[in-house]
Every structure is written in structure tokens, then in C-alpha cells.
Design a protein around this ligand. Structure first.
Ligand code: MIC
Ligand code: SF4
Length: 645
């Protein structure tokens, strides 16, 4: 039996374990990326490891999230990242150069290589045939130091694309259809490997849109073959030498398969407040729209922007709609400005934003109260836009542009012939905003602003773990609930003590106070707890507040890894009905915690308040159990290196 593409690349990078789904494996990482809102923490952790220079083939630090700069905090962090990058051998993509995933696809991604990024949408480069995975900052720091990346061997799901998209239907509609079918937890523990004749008709940026939103499925990553289309893309980026052909063997074996008939797809939208709440635009109906936002790492490529510009050409944005556009990279923005497309956007009344994440992470452009906002982004979690009452719909650039003109949710097929946009033969390449690291790092002084505060580090797991249930939550709690990010909070990503004051406040404004008054305790969650971003702040802020363990029905992959790395014990109910036997304020105790954990079987938690016992599992490998025992990955690594805690 032949190998699928995922297994081929994993096999070439495998350091330990065997490729059996569910088993822990470790792989060698060729490239890393960080962005600024997770990057400060990643580099602080890298520094704490005492390694003189990164050991990867290429590591890049991007500034794209915190670009609002309403106070000195962001600029201070940019300076820190620029200097620390230079010192330790990391390339630095300056603010304004673009969104990390878009720029990495254009300038650095290489088919067949591995990429680990401190951002959940790192799998975007899977569109190039790269094995690209999102992780917490500490895991990325370890990879920068040359350490292996540990993951659970995923199941590989073959997604067979048949046929060809109809006019006005695009890559976003494909991934929205996958989300509709599989839901936000349907990809957990899986790689989505795309195949079939439909792949050939998709450009690399279109493939990247699909791979990008695999994160919303909860998938470990998504990957496309590297073929002639990939070669043309890399050639147009002046990087033909990076191309290699990669595909699954004809007789490759897959764990699962789904099939999508591209001809049958229609323009779609994910309705509030979840990326899997998907319906056809024509079935949702003519809802009135207040804001349209086009951009983000999902849909801000040159081709996307050209389609938008041509739809807007000669038209005027509806008087009740605010249209904002953020081209994904400086390459895209420059090309649009040189060919006149930017002028069409501006003339139509679009408000042009810098090439950065911007409104996607609530950095400006919060919609009005109760507004309907159409966005070409990837997440529409409640409150993420910065306006708790806003209703956000995720759509393709075509639907967004058509709706900006009409003022209501519009099926773009109403516009007649679609604009004809050609993939450029060559992109405008100018890397002058990517700063190379200093050849001799020792001479670079790392500049630390006053906003950088020490991050919490856990202690060894005690014999007895006890505390109250501080909060009981429902299903699909996102990291945006656990550690909200918006224009007011994002500047404090280097200041965990400050951020902790906002931990879980969207669910209960009293949570931080209660946690502190009780000297910490437990969080209880439902299914897919911690879905969404890779921010390890969603583990560090609870740690700061003394949270010892989280008991949930199931966990999202990256968040669970972040909890383990912080020494917070993740537990799942053996019988999910036991969820019903725990209430807010209940006193829980886990006796012989260290022994129970290392025995690897079921653990028994006593609910003193109810007088019942609850059976839980800690779904971790032996290595991860040892990390929890040591009080987190930093302590564990120091111990391994024989250093004192
Ligand atoms: C996001 O889209 O939620 C972010 C902001 O890019 C996060 C990273 C972060 O919280 O800094 C992600 O997706 O990992
Ligand atoms: Fe930035 Fe949004 Fe992409 Fe996250 S999802 S990297 S905030 S553009």
C-alpha cells in the first residue's frame, strides 16, 4: 500500500514514534514563524532556554497583529521582537509588510518542508504542499532551538474535489461547505488532504484559503499536492528553485474520505456566531448589511483583491454600508496600486487599511451596535469583532463586494458576468521590508519595553490537587472567550498579570475576582473546549489566577497542548453525564495526583460538595504527563538539561 502525501512528508521528518493515528510522534521542523501577539512570549521563552542561535533552516518574525499603536506598548514590543530576532538569527518582517500567512506563502513557504507557527492559521502554507502546523509559542520556541515538535499522529482524511467551480463560486465556498458538513470539531485529530481532478483548477492562493480555514474545522493541518500550478506560482514569485513535485501514491491509504462536487456548490455564508453555521446566501435572504470587511489571512491575495476591485469599478458603496479593505501583503497592495485597481476601490468609497490583521482580531473597525457585518475572514465568534451585539457573517470576496454595493446580503450571480482575473506571470517582488538577522548576534542589544512583565511559571504538580469549581461552561468555548483579544487588550500580550484580569470575562465578568479569592481552582467545560487561536495566553492567564486543572468533555488540540505546557492538567470525563454532577462552587479533590497521573488510567476526583466520585482521563502521552508533573514544559526542559528550577 502506498503512502498519502501527509505520511510521505511526516516520514521524511520523523524523529520518534510510528505513524499510527493516535500515537505520539515527533518531527523535525524546518521553518518557524511567529507573529507579534504571540511572538513576544515565544521569544521570551526562547531566551529563557539559553540557546545562542536558532537552529531551523529559516525562522521569520512577523509584525501584523498589533499595529494599532494607541499607546507605546505595541511599538515597544515591535522593537523587542526586531532586536531579539536579529540577535538570535530570525528574519524580521516589518509592520506594513503584510499578514504572516500571506507573506509566508509568497516569500518563504517551500513544498515538502515542515513549518511550525505560533498562530493557528499557520496551515495556510499547506496550500503550497507544506506540512504547516499551528502551535503555542513555547512549542515554537523549542522548535527554533532545534528541538522536535511532538504531536499526536493524525488521521488523514482525503477530500476529493470533483468537477470545477461555477462562475461566482470560489475557494471560500468550498471550505464553508466542508465546515457545514463536518462542523468546527469535525477536523480534530485529522489532516485534511485535498486530492482529485478539482485541485488542478485551483490556484495556490485559492488552495491557501481552503487550507487556512481548516483551522476552523479543528484540523491539525490541511495540505494540497505540489503540482504544475504550484510551480507556476513559485516561478511567478521568483522562487522556482523551491519547487518539488509532491503527491500521494496512486494506491495511497487514507483513514477517511469525503467528496465534494465543485459544480454543485453555490455562494455560501457562515452565519453568526460560528464558522460552521453555514447556509447558501440565497437561502439566508436579503438581510440588510451595515459593514463589509475584506481582507485577513483567508482572503486577501492579489486575485481576491482584483476580483473585488473589478466588482467595485465604476460603482459606489451603498450609503448605509461601511466598506473596509486590507490587502494581505505589501506585494498585493503595491501591485493593486500600480495597475490602477486600488483607484477603483477608493473611487467606489472603500476605506483602505494597512496590510495587517486589523478588524479580524478586533483591532479597529468594530461595527456599530447590533450591526450586520460581512467579512471575508475565518472566525465570527461572538464579540470577536469588538462589538458584542454585532452579527458577523463569513463570506467570499465576491459576496462581500456585491453586498457592499447593494447594501444587503447579495448572491453575486445577480451581477451577471463575473470579472475575468488572470493569475500574474510574475508578482512584484521586493523584500526590502524583510530585515535579515545580524551575522554576529552577540553584538545586538535586545530592547525590552516596560510592558514586558515576567510570565507565570507553574510549580511541580502536588500530591493533592484541591479547589473549587470556579466556572462551569458549555460546548465550543473559544480562546476568544478564555482570553479575549481586542484593541484594548491585544497591546498587553507581554503582560500576563494584566491580561489575567480579563480571563473568561465574556462568560462571567466576575471570574478573575472569584479565582483569586479562592486561590485558584478548576474550570469545567463542554465539548471542544479552547477551540480557535493558538494563543498560549489562554493557558497562562488561568495559570496566573491559580487554575490547576480543566475538566471538559473534549479539548481543541492547540489549547490542550498549551495547558500541558503550562502545567495545567487537562481532564476529560469518562462518562460525559458526570458533567451534570458538577456545579459552580463545588469543592473538588484529586488525591495522589502524581501517582494517578503516571499510572495513566482513569483518575478519580472526589466532589466533596456532592459526595460523589467522578472518573476522568488525562488524554496525554507519558512525556506529556511528565511535563505536567514537572509543572510545565519550561521546568521539564530545564530538568532534562540538568538545570535547577
Ligand atoms: C486569531 O486569529 O485568533 C489570532 C489572533 O491570529 C490567533 C493568535 C493570537 O491570539 O495571537 C491565532 O489564530 O492563533
Ligand atoms: Fe490575523 Fe485574523 Fe489571520 Fe488571525 S485569523 S492571523 S488575526 S488575519
Amino acid at each position: 500500500m502506498g503512502l498519502n502525501l501527509t505520511k510521505k512528508i511526516i516520514k521524511g521528518h520523523l524523529l520518534s514514534g510510528s505513524m499510527v493515528p493516535g500515537e505520539e510522534i515527533s518531527i523535525r521542523i524546518d521553518q518557524t514563524l511567529t507573529q507579534d501577539s504571540t511572538g513576544t512570549m515565544a521569544y521570551l521563552q526562547f531566551e529563557a532556554m539559553g540557546i545562542p542561535r536558532v537552529k531551523t533552516r529559516k525562522s521569520v518574525a512577523y509584525i501584523d497583529h498589533n499595529t494599532l499603536q494607541t499607546g507605546p506598548e505595541n511599538a515597544d514590543d515591535h522593537k523587542y521582537i526586531q532586536t531579539v530576532a536579529s540577535r538570535y538569527g530570525v528574519y524580521f518582517s516589518r509592520p506594513g509588510n503584510g499578514i504572516c500567512h500571506q507573506v509566508h506563502l509568497e516569500r518563504f513557504g517551500v513544498p515538502g518542508m515542515t513549518l511550525l507557527g505560533s498562530d493557528s492559521h499557520t496551515p495556510t502554507c499547506g496550500g503550497l504542499g507544506m506540512l504547516a502546523i499551528g502551535a503555542g509559542g513555547l512549542d515554537v520556541a523549542v522548535a527554533m532551538g532545534g528541538g522536535p515538535y511532538y504531536l499526536t499522529m493524525p488521521r488523514v482524511c482525503r477530500v476529493v474535489l470533483k468537477g470545477k467551480l461555477k462562475p461566482w463560486v470560489s475557494a471560500k465556498d468550498i471550505i464553508l461547505e466542508v465546515l457545514r458538513r463536518l462542523t468546527v470539531k469535525g477536523g480534530v485529530g485529522k489532516v485534511m488532504e485535498y486530492a482529485g481532478e478539482g485541485v488542478k483548477s485551483l490556484s495556490v492562493p485559492e488552495r491557501a484559503t481552503i487550507a487556512n480555514m481548516g483551522a476552523e474545522l479543528g484540523a491539525t493541518m490541511s495540505i494540497f499536492p505540489s503540482d504544475e500550478v504550484t510551480k507556476e506560482f513559485l516561478k511567478a514569485q521568483g522562487r522556482e528553485q523551491d519547487w518539488v513535485e509532491l503527491k500521494a501514491d496512486d494506491d495511497a491509504d487514507y483513514d477517511e474520505e469525503i467528496e465534494i462536487d465543485l459544480d454543485g456548490l453555490e455562494p455560501m455564508a457562515a452565519q453568526p456566531h460560528s464558522p460552521d453555521n453555514v447556509a447558501r446566501v440565497k437561502d439566508i435572504g436579503r438581510i440588510k448589511v451595515d459593514q463589509v470587511a475584506i481582507g485577513s489571512c483567508t482572503n486577501s491575495s492579489y486575485m481576491d483583491m482584483m476580483k473585488v476591485a473589478l466588482i467595485l469599478k465604476g460603482k459606489t458603496v451603498h450609503p448605509d454600508v461601511s466598506l473596509v479593505i486590507a490587502p494581505g501583503s505589501r506585494q498585493v497592495l503595491t501591485m493593486l496600486s500600480q495597475n490602477g485597481a486600488l483607484a477603483h476601490m477608493v473611487a467606489a468609497g472603500a476605506r483602505i487599511l494597512e496590510s495587517a490583521c486589523g478588524p479580524c482580531i478586533g483591532m479597529g473597525q468594530a461595527p456599530a451596535s447590533n450591526a450586520v457585518s460581512l467579512r471575508t475572514f475565518n472566525r465570527n465568534f461572538e464579540g470577536r469583532s469588538g462589538t458584542p451585539t454585532a452579527r458577523v457573517y463569513l463570506v467570499s470576496p465576491e459576496v462581500a463586494a456585491a453586498s457592499a454595493i447593494s447594501g444587503y446580503l447579495t448572491d453575486p450571480r445577480e451581477l451577471g458576468e463575473p470579472p475575468a482575473v488572470e493569475m500574474p506571470q510574475s508578482f512584484l517582488v521586493n523584500d526590502n521590508m524583510i530585515v535579515e538577522p545580524a551575522p554576529e548576534g552577540n553584538s545586538v542589544e535586545v530592547v525590552r519595553g516596560p510592558n514586558i512583565k515576567p510570565f507565570p511559571v507553574n510549580r511541580e504538580l502536588p500530591e493533592k490537587l484541591e479547589g473549587r469549581v470556579l466556572i462551569k461552561l458549555g460546548d465550543n468555548i473559544t480562546t476568544d472567550h478564555i482570553m479575549p483579544s481586542n484593541a484594548k487588550l491585544l497591546p498587553f500580550r507581554s503582560n500576563v498579570p494584566y491580561l489575567a484580569e480579563f480571563c473568561l470575562t465574556p462568560c462571567d465578568p466576575d471570574f478573575p475576582r472569584r479565582a483569586k479569592e479562592n486561590g485558584g481552582g478548576f474550570i469545567v467545560g463542554g465539548v471542544n473546549y479552547g477551540q480557535g487561536s493558538s494563543r498560549e495566553h489562554a493557558a497562562l492567564a488561568p495559570l496566573q489566577l491559580g487554575v490547576k486543572g480543566v475538566i471538559a468533555k473534549s479539548f481543541a488540540r492547540i489549547h490542550m497542548a498549551n495547558l500541558i505546557n503550562s502545567g495545567i492538567i487537562p481532564m476529560t470525563f469518562v462518562d460525559s453525564r458526570d458533567y451534570g454532577f458538577i456545579e459552580n462552587g463545588d469543592e473538588l479533590v484529586l488525591e495522589n495526583a502524581r501517582k494517578q497521573l503516571m499510572d495513566g488510567n482513569e483518575l478519580v476526583i472526589k466532589n466533596r460538595s456532592k459526595g460523589v466520585e467522578i472518573r476522568v482521563k488525562v488524554p496525554v502521552s507519558k512525556r506529556q504527563a511528565e511535563i505536567i508533573l514537572a509543572g510545565g514544559l519550561l521546568n521539564y526542559t530545564r530538568k532534562q538539561g540538568g538545570q535547577k528550577e
